[in-house]
Design a binder for this molecule. Sequence first.
Ligand SMILES: [Zn+2]
Ligand SMILES: [Zn+2]
Length: 154
Amino acid sequence: MNAVTVREKYRAALQASGARMTPQRGAILDAVLGTTEHRTADEILEAAQKLDSTVSRATVYRTLTLMVEIGLLRRLDLGRDFSYFDPNYVDNPNHSHLICLDCDKIIEFDDPELTACGRKIAETKGFELSASFVRLEGHCQCLKKNGSCPNRKK
Ligand SMILES: [Zn+2]
Ligand SMILES: [Zn+2]
């Protein structure tokens, strides 16, 4: 989906929910989709405030929920007590993630064999597959190689 289409969809959804397109809501859109990184709500708040210092936490949370509802964003549950938001969902809804348990590094991947395998499993169980992505967890090289990882969670 190109940027204009995304913006139009966003504007229409805001209107439908009784909200208007404001500079703050524009900044949030840019903070979310102006990156390919998977960010938490707090990271998105920080990025949006760099674009417009008047963006509030409440508006960010409401807007993220709206964006998930209209399919511009996916909320990723990576087994943490907070969610990540995936900006690469619109263009590639079925990509999978490899996650480091030490530092929360997230690597995206696509594997047609994995998709085919998922489809086969679903068919066997009488399911019609509507989405196909997996979460692989492990430990990246950083900690193993250096004995420490700058991004390691406390
Ligand atoms: Zn992703
Ligand atoms: Zn790591």
